[in-house]
Write a protein that binds this ligand. Sequence first.
Ligand SMILES: NC(=O)c1ccc[n+]([C@@H]2O[C@H](COP(=O)([O-])OP(=O)(O)OC[C@H]3O[C@@H](n4cnc5c(N)ncnc54)[C@H](OP(=O)(O)O)[C@@H]3O)[C@@H](O)[C@H]2O)c1
Length: 317
Amino acid sequence: MSSQKLQNVAIVGAGGQVGKPTLQALLDTKRFNITVVTRESSSTKFPSDSSITVKSANYDSHDSIVSALKDNEALILMLNFEAMGQVQLQIIDAAADAGVKWILPTEFGADSANQGLVDMVPINAMRTEPRKRIEEAAKTHPGLSWIGVVNNPWFEYSLKGGFFGIDFKNKAATFYDEGTTRFNTTLIGTVGLAVARLLSLPIEATSGPSLSKYANKFIYISSFHTTQREILEAVQKATNTTDSDWTVKKASAQAWIDEGNEKVAKGDFSGMINLLYGAVMKEGLGGDFEATRGTSNEVLGLPKEDMVEVIKKIVEA
Ligand SMILES: NC(=O)c1ccc[n+]([C@@H]2O[C@H](COP(=O)([O-])OP(=O)(O)OC[C@H]3O[C@@H](n4cnc5c(N)ncnc54)[C@H](OP(=O)(O)O)[C@@H]3O)[C@@H](O)[C@H]2O)c1
């Protein structure tokens, strides 16, 4: 019993930004029967592999989702922003009725246990209800639990998008405050690896890690515990440039956040970037979860990455 592990795992959003590397990491373990659940209307293509079964479901039909999820012990939800609300709740209700016991809801971002971050960023706030729904469902579906994966900004996504305030194409950087706020950031592939390793843990264990120890809790993972200044230094090393090649300025992190709030209030969604990254890069708001919560990198055997080498691949891509 103590060494029993999961075998049947379903994933929704398996063709998405984080879903794709997660599906690959699940496949690489060679230990799961994987059910990929996709919208009936979706044109997403999935790898053809004997351990993958693709099931289309109508997310407005409870029975359709229950049928797609039947016989699965775990469900990974990696849904697009538009589906994080009502659609996710419908899938959770169906997962409970299908007998799923472990749900990884659509987290994969900031520390949802930090109420300040939840209140500050509307996208973060959307993550609360799905977890509550799982807890509610667990009252009538004993043994149902969630595990929330917290990884902060995805490193390559954020660097490519210029969201760290570092634009490597135009060699321009903006440090918020002093650019010395330490925060965590994770490679997308490492998120996928972490999910596969987490679901590979024994369900119960008297000693050592187990899935049950994370039941209804967050698990924190990170590739880099760094600052804007350290990222710029690594970008310069990776691109053989120096300060003299770059335009570097400073801005107030709070003013950036305020601008984000104003944009969002006017319906300009681009302000969400200011809020998401301001929350991480302004001192004391909770971007450094490693200091407050620690990480489970070691438990999951996550790789130690060399930032310069990682950036070389990003800029060459
Ligand atoms: N930490 C970060 O830096 C960061 C960055 C971006 C996102 N995130 C978070 O990561 C999670 C997953 O985001 P993602 O960017 O990987 O998602 P995504 O690629 O935008 O979408 C994932 C999947 O959602 C499904 N989907 C799309 N629109 C849908 C709709 N209207 N209804 C139902 N399903 C729909 C699609 O799957 P099918 O085609 O198979 O149906 C799609 O492949 C979210 O929580 C997001 O906030 C984190």
